[in-house]
Design a protein around this ligand. Structure first.
Ligand code: NAD
Length: 474
């Protein structure tokens, strides 16, 4: 095994005695050893970011865009290394890993484009007598350095969703990747430095959550962007001090299938959205609410599409569903499935586990009160729930602590309008699954699923604050 990988604090590579091993979820082999940062290392990263703020916010748009385009180019140049890293550290199926690298490049490229579109306006202030002779010039400036905390499931693209907009506006950053998947973020640090962003502005420090927790109140940062589980996210927000906070959290996404849609297409999309990345997706299709008149037909169609999925070794280019992140995560989902079966749900397929690999699972006749219906499963498991009336279906979809995205398959504009009014989510997809996301779109949730929006244009708005220049033209 090679030496433990150092982390990056203000552009300097630093080792530590806290060594952690990255384990392949599929083989159980050690992939690499990584140095974890201490709370002091994180504080050093925070101080470096604060000190670099003056430099980065003074960078001209030309330079910020040049850096971002260079990052996109270097991501492409190191594509194969990144793909293999995502497969090794996260057990991600090769197809999905390739897609993630492509998306990361797109996220950075869109950030470069959006860097030139930061809002500004001129506001005449003479609407009232007191403002006569004054004009306001409104612009947006970075709220401050960025503290970014990312989860394991899309470790590269979700990091790019934070550092892309930060570089676009000229903010230094400290990125704390998930403990299971730090390697892609360390490569990203190398790339950002090679692309020419001021080194002092770049810190990427893997550390356990409990250690990262200590940096949360630090007011060196102007913005905290967290993607991860709801419990951790909301707890962090309550301790975040003066900084602005964006939370991209979990969900138990619903999709409603009405009889007037293309059932074959709906089934194919449900299977695509329920099992991609082994269901470890914040908008994974979890609850499939199906009209009773087509319920058994949909069961058959879903199972037919599911039978075409190849399950197993994530490094095989044909594999669709690889392992989950760990044996513990797969066992938790397996236990929830078993207890639902004991409570009367019908297991149509799957439910079987080998190590971290949970076979794609479909449960029918799921009662909405069951534990696994209310929680975020974050596993390759979909639940079929029958309904009779439109109102009932909309109520079931909305009856969730979460509100990220929902889907509805129907040809009825009236039903779409009803659903849009009734289901409280960040986005409603019509004739598509809630799993749909392209990186340019505003993306985020309501209720327990978070606050704020990502997507480079939205993230740039969230990471900046309005600032006025007021001129007295006397
Ligand atoms: P997690 O909450 O366990 O960890 C996320 C990150 O937070 C990791 O880097 C972790 O080390 C860190 N962390 C944990 N405790 C901390 C603390 N007390 N202080 C500071 N940092 C702490 O989540 P996970 O298991 O890595 O990811 C899965 C979750 O992420 C799911 O709930 C999923 O829905 C969500 N997610 C949401 C989106 C979105 O865009 N809405 C995208 C991907 C994943």
């Amino acid at each position: 095994m090679e030496d433990p990988r150092p982390f990056c604090v203000g552009g300097r590579w630093k080792s530590s005695p806290a060594i952690s091993t990255v384990i392949s979820p599929y083989t159980g082999d050690q992939v690499a050893a990584v140095c974890f940062g201490s709370a002091d290392d994180l504080r050093e990263g925070a101080a470096a970011a604060e000190a670099a703020f003056e430099t980065t916010r003074s960078l001209p748009l030309y330079t910020r865009r040049k850096v971002l385009y260079a990052i996109a180019r270097l991501l492409e140049e190191r594509r194969e290394e990144l793909v293999s890293t995502l497969i090794a550290e996260g057990g991600k199926a090769r197809k999905i890993a390739e897609g993630e690298v492509t998306r990361a490049i797109e996220t950075i490229t869109i950030s470069a484009e959006e860097a030139g579109r930061v809002d500004g306006s001129i506001i005449p202030l003479d609407r009232t007598l007191g403002g006569a002779g004054h004009t306001g010039y409104l612009t947006r400036v970075p709220a401050g350095p960025l503290l970014a905390i990312t989860p394991f499931n899309y470790p590269l693209n979700l990091a790019c969703h934070k550092i892309g907009p930060a570089i676009a506006i000229g903010a230094p950053f400290l990125l704390k990747p998930a403990t299971a998947t730090p390697l892609s973020s360390l490569i990203l640090a190398e790339i950002v430095l090679a692309a020419g962003y001021p080194p002092e502005a770049v810190s990427v420090i893997p550390a356990p959550g409990a250690v990262a927790d200590e940096i949360i109140p630090d007011d060196s940062f102007g913005y905290l962007s967290f993607t991860g589980s709801p419990d951790v996210g909301w707890a962090i927000k309550s301790r975040a001090g003066r900084k602005l906070v964006g939370l991209e959290l979990g969900g138990n996404a619903a999709v409603i299938i009405f009889p007037d849609c293309d059932l074959e297409y709906a089934a194919s999309r449900i299977v695509a959205g329920g099992f991609v990345n082994a269901g470890q997706n914040c908008v994974s299709v979890q609850r499939v609410i199906v009209h009773r008149s087509i319920y058994s037909e949909m069961e058959k169609k879903i199972l037919a599409h599911l039978s075409m999925l190849k399950v197993g070794d994530p490094s095989d280019p044909d594999t669709d569903v690889g392992p989950m992140i760990s044996i513990e995560a797969a066992s938790r989902a397996e236990a929830l499935v078993q207890s639902a079966v004991e409570e009367g749900a019908r297991l149509l397929c799957g439910g079987k586990r080998e190590g971290a690999l949970l076979y794609p699972t479909v449960l029918a006749d799921v009662n909405t009160c069951m534990d696994l219906s209310c929680q975020e499963l974050f596993a390759p498991v979909i639940l079929l729930v029958p309904f009779d009336e439109v109102d009932e279906a909309l109520g079931i979809a909305d009856d969730s602590a979460y509100g990220l995205q929902a889907g509805i398959f129907t040809d009825s504009l009236e039903t779409v309008q009803n659903a849009f009014r009734r289901i409280n989510v960040g986005a409603l997809l019509v004739n598509d699954i809630p799993t749909f996301r392209v990186d340019e779109m505003p993306y985020g949730g309501v209720k327990a699923s978070g606050i704020g929006r990502e997507g480079p244009a939205s993230a740039i708005r969230e990471m900046t604050v309005e600032k006025m220049l007021i001129i007295n033209e006397r």
